[in-house]
Design a protein around this ligand. Structure first.
Ligand SMILES: [Zn+2]
Length: 132
């Protein structure tokens, strides 16, 4: 009986630990999946843009509306990818170097790859405190 209890309890512990650790992993893979979806979306849209451009040259008829719509959709997809990457950086506690793009710890003052000074740490609580 007690042996069974132990097994059940140990099992619960393992599950709860895995659950906590898995949470971030699930987030990351969710982000990864979304980014790869967006990237393949962008590829498809580029192909469509090419088709439209090709068709326009061949037929002499422009399809600007469809073209502009696709360009806007591609821009939106890129913006979402940038946004997701920022969220992932936030979760990993890293920042991208403004010069070379290398990911480095938020704690660093200089990029370990190229030596560029990283942006000042944001301290909105201190800086934006209204004077009384
Ligand atoms: Zn750098």
């Amino acid at each position: 009986m007690s042996f069974l209890d132990d097994v059940v309890n140990t099992g619960k512990n393992v599950v709860s630990t895995a659950g906590t650790k898995g949470k971030d992993a699930v987030n990351f893979s969710k982000f990864k999946l979304r980014v790869s979806q967006l990237r393949s979306d962008i590829k498809v849209k580029y192909a469509k843009l090419g088709e439209i451009a090709y068709g326009a040259v061949k037929s002499g008829e422009k399809n600007d509306e469809e073209f502009d719509k696709l360009v806007a959709e591609i821009d939106a997809a890129y913006a979402e990818i940038t946004d997701i990457q920022k969220q992932v950086d936030e979760l990993r506690n890293v920042v991208a170097c403004p010069s070379c793009g290398a990911k480095t710890s938020k704690e660093n003052f200089y990029c370990p790859k190229c030596g560029t000074k990283l942006p000042e740490k944001e301290k909105p609580a201190e800086e934006e405190k209204p004077e009384e």
